[in-house]
Design a protein around this ligand. Structure first.
Ligand SMILES: [Zn+2]
Length: 165
């Protein structure tokens, strides 16, 4: 199975981040860099470069190839990325399929339909072991959510939907 060349995910602050694969980095020139904010590559970056300004998005989030590998932001295969995500955010099984969470679940501010009155929605991005990307949604009773102090104790193993991206 071929690795996805780069992977988009939701970062801790609720924004979007990108991670490059090693094959993508290898396809760039010696001075290639990668922006972890917008996912575009850039030339003229030293291998150990960090936080260079990005000509595409303007954020100082371009890193050199060596830095991305040293920081374990780059991944060799989808399986390696999958296990990095499991380590960082956890794994759930839904309908017999395993998903690695690519972000910690966050309370969504979506307006829910009438039949979900009294519920709150949490979402996280996720991937399967083949590198396919998903958004996972959970709907929890709002009262239950308030009573459980530690969000880690909510029934995360029961998502209400897993939507391919
Ligand atoms: Zn950028």
């Amino acid at each position: 199975m071929m690795a996805s060349l780069k992977m988009k995910y939701q970062n801790r602050s609720g924004g979007t981040g990108w991670r490059p694969s090693v094959p993508l980095l290898n396809s760039l020139g010696e001075s290639g860099g990668f922006c972890v904010n917008c996912g575009e590559d850039t030339d003229g970056i030293a291998p150990d470069g960090m936080r260079y300004p990005c000509p595409h998005c303007g954020k100082s989030k371009v890193y050199g190839k060596g830095s991305l590998i040293a920081m374990k932001v780059a991944y060799r295969t989808d399986a390696e990325l999958y296990s990095q995500f499991v380590e960082q955010h956890g794994e759930i099984i839904h309908a017999g399929i395993s998903y690695a969470l690519a972000s910690d679940p966050e309370l969504s501010n979506h307006v829910l339909p009438d039949h979900l009155d009294g519920y709150v929605e949490w979402t996280a991005s996720a991937m399967d072991i083949y590198g396919n990307e998903y958004v996972i949604k959970w709907h929890f009773d709002a009262t239950l959510s308030r009573e459980i102090d530690d969000a880690g104790n909510l029934p995360w193993d029961r998502p209400s939907s897993v939507i391919p991206v």
